[in-house]
Design a protein around this ligand. Sequence first.
Ligand SMILES: [Zn+2]
Length: 631
Amino acid sequence: MLRKSFPTLFALIATILIVSSCSNEEEVVDNYDPARDYFTFANTEHFITEHLVLDLNVDFESEELRGFAMLSMRRLNSEATEIVLDTRDLTIASAAFLMEDSSASAAFSFGESHETLGTPLHIVVPADVGEQFDLMIEYKTSPQSTALQWLPPELTAGGKHPLMFSQSQAVHARSWVPLQDTPAIRITYEATVRTPESLLAVMSADNDPLTARSGEYHFNMPQPIPSYLLAIAVGNLYFAPLGEETGIYTEPELLDASVYEFADTQAMLEQAEAMYGPYEWGRYDLLVLPPSFPYGGMENPRLSFITPSLLAGDRSLVSVIAHELAHSWSGNLVTNATWRDGWLNEGMTSYFESRLMEVIYDVKRVDEERVLMYRELLLDLERVPEHMQALAPRLDDTTSEDFQGGIHYSKGQLFLEFLEKAFGRETFDAFLTSYFQEFAFGTITTEKFMDYLEANLLSEEGSPVTREQAEQWTYQPGLPDSVTIPTSENLDTAEALAHAWAGSEIDLAAVPVQDWSPQATIHFINSLPADLSGDMLGELDSGWGLSETTNAEIGRTWFIQVATRRYTDAYERMEAHLNRFGRGRLIAPVYGALASNGKDRELAQQIFERARGAYHPITAGWIESGLYKSD
Ligand SMILES: [Zn+2]
């Protein structure tokens, strides 16, 4: 999935559980089916979609996509009399079945809406529809579409043209296309997109860097993908190459900075192929979006969507690029069957990211990032309830509004590092390469993965790991004793100096911050004791210019501390940070810290109300759920 953000997904699992278990709690637990996707209305056991044709007009004035979707479907059950599709806030004008030499309009109706799942669209299937048919749906989206953000010119880098983009993962594709919105189904697609003439459209498909601006663009995606990887963006976008198969799309104002920051992308691609086999998608380009993009990156195939908050000027935050690229194997090629198996996307990608960073940069840098990841995991384990801490959490009837945080990323990575250490890097790399081949363009459940792991590694004679030990990671809360805790000499030094300075043993001038990575600075800030005086925070702020930092991750770390410690001298700059970025990871925890410091919930709400117009609906939803919950 997405880069260590503010995953609400497991909150959703919990919510759905609560909703679905109201009638008979015990029955739900007894009938628990780990392979079932709880996030879709689609009756994929009766019908599946194989191909999608989109024809869309992009209307910036009404903030709508208008046109049709044609689903090429196959009937799996000859008795089934209706198709159920996922939708959210869509207006459907008509539906029709297109058979080989006839067509028939179809009766359709909406079912009851659900807060998380949207609204099921029921379509009556005529008796004479054969095994294969096309279902044509004319529709338009709503300005409230949870996937789409429509940015007025003033919220773009250039300030002259509007821009729109989508974020489909996890359950938002249904808010711009009526479809079977589940990772269990893979589709190929083609699209025609009409835009204002001066703008360029791009999709998670075969973008051609040489396309002329015409206002009408055609796309083809020949490799089957799950619906959450459908993606579109339209704006004043231009292209610059990075390498033979890699390049950047962004507004011209961000092009040079992006080319500099992400210059190692081609090398990453080549290294990834050397490690785990061929890149199966053709080109690999990046789309650098305006600051309101809700995530660090989104692994839309052939075209990762990227936050501009990575443009630190020193390539210090490019592990996100390694992450999104790695998803071309773990996630896009081999896809979690349901969101409950999200660790197979995210944990494996985090592991892969780390391995790539080690080769492209060095092991010291990776160790720093691993220590920060581990620290975030410990925070997650403090706040996520036990029953959601397993990598593949089991749905149960516990009332909870909590979520898994980034556990599926970080604990997943540590699990794979544990396996690597036990079997040796060479053996484990060979295992992963064969895994990607075996399940390419397919889906994977935790159970299927464990079976494959057992068949290929665990059952070998003298295997250092039993299935039972491996399952501690996937089915038990917390961390098994077998975990290797990441360490970094650089960060140990930063931590020791933080304690020494806080204890007045040394002057701030004796801390060699100018020689440090941003990661070391972050660790120093996070290592300061809770009772540090306001005067010392002020000394640190003015000495290191923390409130003015151009590094988004340092800013995030600092302003979480500012809010937690009520260092009000920096509140104005904190609000500027909350206005500058719309990426959930950078701002949601700052709002959270402000709202929970005992005094500033109202202030947090006021700042949010002032800023929310510039946030993507997904980000606004995260913040809102934290700010307005009663506690
Ligand atoms: Zn990811």
